[in-house]
Design a binder for this molecule. Structure first.
Ligand code: DSN
Length: 478
């Protein structure tokens, strides 16, 4: 697409929107300006291509299509069938998966589909075959009673939130921590690294039905062959949530035992993080689990978002191109550079570094909570998110960490030297931020004071780099 075409397409689209609700058009323009002028370092965010974004803005949004390809609860789904089949085909090819389900609306939805499918597939009962055979309406009252009892007694072992796991991996305040008896594995208290022997010991004792691997704030790679060995030993299903690192799998940075697809029974993902697609979810599975995954809608999900499935197909097609592999390698190399930049300036990193796309900086050494650091950085135009560190004394609200990710700025074209500069700017802000005081005169965990001039000098230095790597170059709104 030419620059002129993209510019006129978006300019005209905004005019149409403004004719109905000008404040939404204005907010959309403001969002582009904000994203263009800030250092986006949120590890779970990226910038989708104009092709992906445009695909979401069509009349596919208007179509209901509960069910599966060729088996819908609504008439007139032939074009949605085309879209869903193509998205699933691209996903299977991209990841070398036996089966792909592209309907989940988000990562949490994908995980719910996975939990359902594992329960449906694994939990013994007369209802099982019927459910998998898609005649769930034949279940008797007695079948449902068995199902309720059996489902309520299953166990799940996942990585704790503090160690970098996700809240859907059995964290108590999440439904995953309530629908299963759950236990969590952590990381080695000294190194912050995953201790496979400790995971195995816990699994032997707890005997989970589901072993969940994957993370949203663990800055290291995982050996999925080892996780599968543990799952097999205790008879668990291995479910891997690769939401954060799917782009590194697609781009073949994570290969062999670091690629979850050949080892996990069920793999879940989002499509908008390192994978750089539209906001949404994805489930990959072995043939064995496919029939129960296929029942995600209407068992767990509302009707599929056809416009987003179409955008997933476009994004997967993009990720199958050779340049995506280059991008993925750059994401990992840039994270190395960012981590090295922090370490060389005396910062403390969880696990002492990274070998994926994210870096977790412990800000307690600066006398700050994660919340204070996040706010001070935002004042300086650096967009991050606060995050717990292992055994965090400040809990999940204030936290002691800041999570940084390289996927978004790598999309803009930032290289290793620029990520080193980013580390310099971040450290400068943190060194020049002090905690505020509470009304009672104590040290606040929320308020902070950023020294005069620091925000301006950070923004000026960032602007030099951002101007060199414009977001959506050529897109000029009239
Ligand atoms: N919100 C995502 C993240 O930031 O990692 C996970 O749900």
């Amino acid at each position: 697409m030419t620059d002129a075409l993209i510019s006129s397409t978006y300019s005209q689209a905004l005019e149409v929107i403004a004719s109905v609700e000008p404040r939404i058009a204005a907010a959309t323009r403001a969002e582009l300006a904000d994203q263009r002028s800030s250092l986006k370092l949120i590890a779970s965010e990226n910038y989708a291509s104009p092709a992906v974004l445009l695909t979401m803005g069509t009349w596919f949004s208007d179509k209901y299509a509960e069910g599966t390809v060729g088996h819908r609860f609504y008439a007139g789904c032939q074009n949605v069938d085309t879209v869903e089949s193509l998205a699933a085909e691209h996903a299977r090819e991209l990841f070398g998966a036996e089966y792909a389900y592209v309907q989940p609306h988000s990562g949490i939805d994908a995980n719910l589909v996975a939990f359902w499918s594992i329960l449906a597939h694994r939990v013994e009962g007369p209802w099982l075959e019927k459910a998998a055979a898609k005649n769930v309406n034949d279940l008797t009252a007695e079948d449902w009673e068995t199902l309720r009892k059996e489902l309520g007694n299953q166990r799940l072992l996942g990585m704790s939130l503090n160690a970098g796991g996700h809240l859907t991996h059995g964290f108590r305040p999440n439904i995953s921590g309530k629908m299963f008896h759950q236990q969590q594995y952590g990381t080695d208290p000294e190194t912050g690294l995953l201790d496979y022997a400790a995971v195995a010991a816990k699994a032997r004792e707890f005997k989970p039905l589901v072993l969940v691997a994957g993370y949203s704030a663990y800055p290291r790679r995982v050996n999925f062959a080892k996780m599968r060995e543990i799952a097999d030993e205790v008879g668990a299903t291995l479910m891997v949530d690769m939401a954060h690192f799917a782009g590194l799998v697609a781009g073949k940075v994570f290969t062999g035992e670091e690629n979850p697809v050949p080892y996990a029974h069920v793999v879940t993902s989002t499509t908008h993080k390192s994978l750089r697609g539209p906001r949404g979810g994805l489930v990959l599975a072995t043939e064995e689990y496919a029939p129960s995954v296929d029942r995600g809608c209407p068992m767990v999900l509302g009707g599929p978002l056809s416009h987003v499935m179409a955008a997933k197909a476009v994004a997967f097609a993009e990720a199958r191109r050779p340049e995506f592999a280059t991008y993925a390698q750059d994401v990992a190399d840039n994270a190395q550079s960012l981590a090295t930049g922090f370490l060389s300036r005396g910062a403390k990193l969880v696990t002492g570094g990274t070998d994926n796309h994210l870096v977790l900086l412990d800000v307690s050494g600066y006398g700050l909570t994660g919340r204070q650091a996040e706010s001070a950085l935002l004042d300086a135009g650096v967009v991050t998110n606060r995050n717990s560190v292992p055994a965090d004394p400040n809990g999940a609200w204030y936290t002691s960490g800041i999570r940084f990710g390289t996927p978004a700025l790598t999309t803009r074209g930032f290289g290793a030297d620029e990520f080193d500069k980013v580390a310099e700017l971040v450290v400068d802000v943190l060194r020049n931020t002090t905690p505020g005081t509470t009304k009672a005169g104590g040290t606040s965990k929320a308020s902070y004071v950023l020294a005069d001039g620091v925000a301006d000098r950070t923004k000026a230095a960032s602007a030099e780099m951002l101007d060199k790597h414009p977001l959506y170059p050529g897109l000029v709104l009239s």
